[in-house]
Write a protein that binds this ligand. Structure first.
Ligand SMILES: C=CC1=C(C)c2cc3[nH]c(cc4nc(cc5[nH]c(cc1n2)c(C)c5CCC(=O)O)C(CCC(=O)O)=C4C)c(C)c3C=C
Ligand SMILES: [Fe+2]
Ligand SMILES: [Fe+2]
Length: 366
C-alpha cells in the first residue's frame, strides 16, 4: 500500500486577525438546472454510503446503469421550476445565512471568519477548509444546517471533514455541532414564523410538520433522527399551544422501494382531504432554508395532491431562511459551541510575523 502523503503546510497568513472559523455546512445542490449538472451532483450524493446503505457491488451498477440515466433530466426540470436569478435557493439561503451569522458574531465581539460549504457539489467542504487554513485558521467549528442528527446527513459532514483532516500535516482544532433540534431559539423562531402566518392568514384546521424521510431501518439500527423530529414537533406544538389533535408530523421525499419513515407526507394530505379536512398549513422544520424539497415537492406537488383530493386551502409556511430570530438563534448555537476558544483575544501579530518569516525562509532554502 502506498504510504499517505501530507500536503506541505501553508505559511500562516500575515496579520490576519481571525484565526477561528465557523463553517455552515449544507447538503449541496447542482450548479445549474441541467441534466449534466444534475448527473454530477446526484452521482456524488448517491455514491455516499451514508446516504444509500446498500452494498456497493449491488448499488453502484443500479446507480450508474439506471438512476443516473433517468433521474437527472427529470430532476433538472423540477430544479428549473424553482431556480432564481441568483441560483439554486438552497445555495442562496445558505450563503446569506453564513454572511448574516458572520455579521452577528462580529457584532457580539467575536473575531471569527464564517463561510458556507456544501457536502456535495460546490463549494466543497475540502475546498473551504483548504482556503480557511491557507488564511490562517487554526480552530474550525463545523455547523451543519440540519437541526436533527441523522447518519445520512450530519455524520456524512463529519466524514468529509475527517477525510480532509486525514490529508493534513497540521490538523486545526475541529469541533462539530451534532444537533439543535430542541434548541429554545430554534423552536422559538419556528413558532414565531407560524404565528406570523396565522396573524396574516388565520389558522387552518391542521398544522402539518413535514420532515425529510430516511429509510425506516435506520431507526431500528439506532439512528436518533426519528426521535429528534418527533421532539421538534412536540416542542413546536407546545410553543404554539396546539394539542395532539392540532398538528401532525409526517415524512417526505421517499427514494426507492424500501419502507421509509411513516406517515408519508403526501398520502397523509390526500387522506386528510378525503376525510373532510378542508384547510391545512404545512411547515418543514427540518429544512432551515427553502430548497427543492420544500418549494417543489411541498409547495407544488403536495399542494396539488391535497387540492385534487378535495382540500380547499393549502398554505405552505416558508423555512426559517433569513428570519432575524433564526439568525439570532444560529448565532447563539455557534457561540455556545465556540466557548473556550479565545475568539475575542487580540491576535499576536508578532508571532504570526515570526512564523511567516520562518516559513518564507524555509521556502527560499528549498
Ligand atoms: C437517497 C436517499 C436520500 C436520503 C437518505 C436523504 C436524506 C436527507 N436529505 C436531506 C436534505 C435534503 N435532501 C435534498 C434533496 C435530495 N435528497 C435525496 C435523497 C436522499 N436524501 C435526493 C435524490 C435529492 C435531490 C432532489 C431529487 O432529485 O429529488 C435537499 C435539497 C437539495 C437542493 O438542491 O435543493 C435537502 C436539503 C435530509 C435532511 C436528509 C435526512 C435527514
Ligand atoms: Fe435528501
Ligand atoms: Fe424530494
Amino acid at each position: 500500500m502506498p504510504s499517505p502523503t501530507f500536503a506541505p503546510e501553508p505559511p500562516y497568513a500575515h496579520g490576519s486577525p481571525a484565526r477561528t472559523a465557523v463553517v455552515l455546512c449544507n447538503l449541496g445542490t447542482p450548479d445549474e438546472p441541467t441534466a449534466p449538472a444534475l448527473r454530477r451532483y446526484l452521482g456524488e450524493f448517491l455514491s455516499d454510503p451514508r446516504v444509500v446503505e446498500i452494498p456497493r457491488l449491488v448499488w453502484l451498477p443500479i446507480l450508474h446503469g439506471v438512476i443516473l440515466r433517468v433521474r437527472p433530466a427529470k430532476s433538472a426540470a423540477k430544479y428549473a421550476s424553482i431556480w432564481t436569478p441568483e441560483g439554486s435557493p438552497l445555495k442562496v439561503w445558505t450563503e446569506k445565512q453564513a454572511k448574516l451569522l458572520g455579521g452577528h458574531l462580529g457584532e457580539r465581539g467575536h473575531q471569527v471568519q464564517v463561510r458556507y460549504a456544501m457536502r456535495y457539489g460546490n463549494p466543497s467542504i475540502a475546498s473551504v477548509l483548504d482556503a480557511l487554513k491557507a488564511e490562517g485558521a487554526t480552530r474550525i467549528l463545523l455547523l451543519p444546517a440540519y437541526p436533527q442528527y441523522s447518519g445520512t446527513t450530519t455524520a456524512s459532514v463529519i466524514d468529509a471533514v475527517t477525510a480532509w483532516s486525514a490529508r493534513q500535516r497540521h490538523v486545526p482544532e475541529l469541533r462539530f455541532v451534532n444537533r439543535y433540534h430542541d434548541h429554545p431559539g430554534y423552536i422559538a423562531a419556528l413558532a414565531r414564523s407560524v404565528r406570523a402566518h396565522w396573524q396574516a392568514h388565520g389558522q387552518a384546521e391542521q398544522l402539518v410538520m413535514s420532515f425529510h424521510g430516511v429509510p425506516e431501518r435506520t431507526l431500528h439500527l439506532g439512528d436518533p433522527y426519528h426521535c429528534e423530529c418527533l421532539k421538534t414537533g412536540r416542542l413546536l406544538a407546545q410553543a404554539l399551544g396546539l394539542d395532539a389533535k392540532g398538528y401532525r408530523v409526517t415524512f417526505q421525499s421517499r427514494f426507492g422501494k424500501a419502507k421509509w419513515l411513516e406517515p408519508y407526507t403526501e398520502p397523509t394530505l390526500v387522506a386528510m382531504a378525503q376525510q373532510g379536512v378542508k384547510s391545512v398549513q404545512l411547515i418543514c422544520p427540518g429544512f432551515t432554508g427553502d430548497c427543492i424539497e420544500t418549494l417543489e415537492e411541498i409547495d407544488m406537488e403536495a399542494r396539488a395532491a391535497f387540492t385534487q383530493a378535495g382540500g380547499e386551502r393549502f398554505e405552505y409556511i416558508a423555512c426559517l431562511n433569513d428570519r432575524p430570530e433564526w439568525i439570532r438563534a444560529l448565532t447563539d448555537i455557534a457561540e455556545q459551541h465556540l466557548q473556550g476558544w479565545p475568539t475575542r483575544e487580540p491576535v499576536n501579530a508578532q508571532a504570526l510575523d515570526d512564523s511567516r518569516q520562518r516559513a518564507l525562509a524555509q521556502g527560499a532554502r528549498r
